[in-house]
Design a protein around this ligand. Structure first.
Ligand code: BTN
Length: 250
């Protein structure tokens, strides 16, 4: 492990290889590590994605987990996954150039030219008194490689733009942006960031299918709730709010 100088309130611990940066960050959180710890790894041998999937983690991509301790209920803290996805988009903007190519896919994927290039895995615990004890924001960005296991519908920054950038450069930009966005979130809540997320969102107004367990719910992606939920409109014009699920377009 090599250490990183504290900057922007974050302290980066850099490992050549870990099982999962989220697992390590979680262990550190449970042992009392302070907010701002970032676990960065060059590769993961047991990287995890959402919905219990594996996250293929070859060398060349970014694998990082940020420990936060928001003074908020865990349900509100969950909106930080959208904030993290927005911060990833903004960190990648200069390498991609055309902002319209980078989009947020609800709840917390990042698409580049319509293909997944980053994902966020949020894990946290309640302190038993209604507040967040700890929150780990795990961020995976396909910087140099689109993992083969996920090849369909995925891309990397390098594949899509021809730009070669290091994971550390992306992380430094990401932490800068996240620090600002997190400060705003702390002062004014997710409401303050909702418009910024919507401005970069993929498919608002489109017909979608939301997979929730065994259920497939169809509707129109009408809006994003103040709490980061997905608002789906059915054929009768009724809106229903969803806080979880996997979204499919078309
Ligand atoms: C997704 O399914 O889209 C979320 C993927 C999150 C992957 C990142 S890589 C760093 C951190 N450590 C993990 O094991 N997972 C997250």
């Amino acid at each position: 492990m090599s250490g990183g100088a504290p900057s922007r309130g974050f302290v980066v611990e850099h490992y050549p290889e870990v099982a999962s940066t989220n697992d390590l960050a979680r262990q550190r959180a449970e042992r009392g590590a302070e907010e701002g710890l970032v676990i960065l790894a060059d590769r993961q041998v047991a990287g995890r994605g959402r919905h219990g999937r594996a996250w293929d983690s070859p060398l060349g991509n970014l694998y990082a987990s940020v420990l936060l301790r928001p003074r908020a209920p865990l349900a509100s803290s969950a909106t930080l996954s959208l904030v993290a996805a927005l911060a990833v988009i903004e960190a990648l903007d200069p390498f991609v150039g055309d902002r319209s190519r980078l989009r947020a896919k609800w709840p917390n994927d990042v698409l580049l030219d319509g293909n997944k290039t980053a994902g966020v895995l949020l894990e946290g615990a309640d302190d038993g008194r209604g507040n967040t004890a700890w929150l780990v924001i795990g961020i995976g960005v396909n910087v140099a490689r689109a993992p083969e296991a996920l090849a369909r519908g995925t891309t990397s920054v390098q594949a899509a733009t021809g730009v070669a950038v290091t994971p550390r450069t992306v992380l430094d930009r990401l932490l800068d942006g996240l620090a600002h966005r997190y400060a705003d979130w702390g002062e004014r809540g997710f409401t303050a960031l909702r418009a910024a997320w919507l401005a970069r969102a993929h498919g608002v107004g489109s017909a979608v299918t939301l997979r929730l367990g065994d259920e497939a719910i169809q509707g129109r992606f009408a809006d994003l709730g103040e709490d980061g939920s997905l608002l789906l409109e059915n054929e009768l014009g009724c809106l229903t709010r969803y806080t979880a699920g996997e979204l499919f377009f078309g």
